[in-house]
Design a protein around this ligand. Structure first.
Ligand SMILES: Cc1cc2nc3c(=O)[nH]c(=O)nc-3n(C[C@H](O)[C@H](O)[C@H](O)COP(=O)(O)O)c2cc1C
Length: 344
């Protein structure tokens, strides 16, 4: 049913659709029984889906990846669509508008998206305030994905991460440190520098003085070489990082079916969806084997079918996230995956 509706939805620009969906989800809060109907249609419960990862209880392992609910506006409505957790953000210390539009492009032939949003968000203070008002009603764990402001130089970025972290600390269940977004100049270089060590030190220091422990995960790029992954994962483990989110979008355009001229006309941006699947699974498997399964991994990238989700979990992910698969498969996608996980 969504497949036929999708033809119509895809007539509109991706950002127009995204805004409309978020608005509809927000409105659904005020429509009597809308939440119940959504849960009836889209959520799926089974004891075998429950997980405890990072010391947090999840009712199922399928989350919505960072970038969809950047400003933490519709966490509970996404829970109604069956998701077991939502990662909000990326959030930066100060609000920022992101890059000029158009900045999101569909590649339907490839079941993919290219985006260069540039981390548009309302800023950590406003997001924290939204979460403060809604948190006690949240039915699922919320991850806080944090980043630096575009205007902040990399050398000064530790204080940006620290500020977002401190502002969101009381309002999320875990943190994902985004050092892998290809749409903010120089951000991915943070994975490759001493600055990463400083970022981690600052966050762990803030956490040290808090009563409750919030797990910190690093979100990595699929474009890192295996040697780079070794370095980052070794650093993360030696510093007490709790887990890895693998992976963010890729700058690669290899193997696309879409005409090269069309891809070139789109320009810069991170590619997500089906073309990312293999790389994402390989990265997850590599990190899982390297750490002998001792470092929890949230596997994300190219999960477009329930079988992709099964493969990501088999590769060693403790939890998974989807984004592009949700756009292409619609609101029933989490349920499709969950049914497959139960039926085996
Ligand atoms: C439009 C769009 C915006 C995104 N924004 C963010 C973001 O703000 N922070 C982040 O860490 N990842 C962001 N991502 C990356 C996703 O969280 C995910 O890592 C990536 O899309 C791969 O998963 P997928 O193939 O299921 O889409 C974004 C992805 C898309 C498509």
């Amino acid at each position: 049913m969504y497949k036929s509706l999708r033809k119509f939805i895809f007539l509109f620009s991706p950002e127009t659709c995204h805004r409309a969906v978020v608005r509809l989800l927000k409105i659904s809060r005020f429509i009597p029984f809308a939440g119940c109907v959504m849960r009836l249609l889209f959520s799926y419960k089974n004891k075998s889906l429950e997980r405890e990862v990072l010391g947090i209880k999840f009712r199922n392992p399928v989350g919505l990846a960072a970038g969809f609910d950047k400003n933490a506006e519709v966490v509970n409505q996404l829970a109604n669509l069956g998701f077991g957790f939502v990662e909000i953000g990326s959030v930066t210390p100060l609000p920022q508008p992101g890059n000029p539009q158009p900045r999101v492009f569909r590649l339907p032939q490839d079941n993919a998206i290219i985006n260069r949003m540039g981390i548009n968000n309302i800023g950590a203070k406003a997001v924290a305030e939204k979460l403060r008002r809604t948190r006690r009603h949240h039915r699922i764990p919320v991850g806080g994905n944090i980043s630096k402001n575009t205007a902040t130089f990399n050398v000064q970025s530790p204080s940006d991460y620290e500020r977002s972290f401190a502002m969101l600390y009381d309002h999320v269940d875990y943190f994902a440190v985004n050092v892998s977004c290809p749409n903010v100049t120089g951000l991915t270089q943070l994975q490759d520098s001493e600055v990463l060590e400083q970022i981690i030190d600052r966050l762990i220091n803030v956490r040290h003085y808090r009563d409750d422990y919030k797990p910190i995960l690093l979100k990595l790029s699929p474009d890192l070489t295996l040697e780079h992954i070794d370095e980052v994962v070794d650093l993360a483990r030696s510093k007490g990082i709790d887990g890895i989110v693998a992976v963010n979008t890729t700058t690669s355009r290899d193997g696309l079916q879409t005409a090269p001229a069309e891809v070139e006309a789109i320009g810069n941006g991170g590619l997500s969806g089906a073309p990312l699947a293999q790389k994402a699974i390989e990265r997850v498997r590599y990190i899982h084997e390297k750490t002998q399964g001792r470092l929890p991994i949230i596997g994300v990238g190219g999960i477009m079918t329930p079988d992709d989700a099964v493969n990501m979990l088999k590769a060693g992910a403790s939890l998974i996230q989807v984004y592009t698969g949700f756009i292409y498969n619609g609101p029933g996608f989490a349920k499709q995956i969950l049914k497959k996980l139960v039926s085996g």
